[in-house]
Design a binder for this molecule. Sequence first.
Ligand SMILES: N[C@@H](CCC(=O)N[C@@H](CS)C(=O)NCC(=O)O)C(=O)O
Length: 204
Amino acid sequence: MKLYSANMPAPNPRRVRIFAKEKGIALPEIMLSLVEQEHKLADHLCRNSLGQVPVLELEDGTTISETIAICRYIEELHPDPPLFGNSAIERALIDMWTRRIDIHIGESIKMYWRHAHPATAALIEQHVVFGESNRAVLARAMQWLNTELADGRSFLTGPSFTIADIVALTVIDFAALIGLDPLLGNQAVGDWHARVSSRPSVST
Ligand SMILES: N[C@@H](CCC(=O)N[C@@H](CS)C(=O)NCC(=O)O)C(=O)O
């Protein structure tokens, strides 16, 4: 299998990259240039009609889009180490945190990126006042996350690193790269971020 992907800072392909490294599997990547809009060309639209990356292509030509669906597929093939949990309660908590991060943290970053960042101005019609309003939304969400992590747990769902940590790391790093300051004043998130960033799957 191979992954149609994109370089940093694209957070979704990065999630799969980190996930595969945690599993210890080699996942060949074909890099598309998002700047050159290669993900909107006919070749890629055949793989994903939404024109997005990542897309996992299997040997028989089947294509899987959506980062979490791709990671779940890899988890089924390579269960160890488990990154989606080992029991009903672990799976539920990991799903809960993955959704919380995407909805409460990721969404405001996405809206800022789409509606207020200069890099996307030529690509979509922007509503800059709305886009900028997401700075405050993100700041509140990061304070909430900081309060959660201040209880001393190592990772989002407890003692084990999971897909929820990968989802959180990639959106928080993306936010920092586009000029938001997600860690500012959030010591517990900063500690978690340093812990996660030092993992070989992330740092290499
Ligand atoms: N829900 C999708 C989102 C994928 C996505 O937004 N990928 C970005 C790169 S990080 C992309 O392809 N953006 C181009 C676009 O949406 O047109 C997933 O989880 O994989």
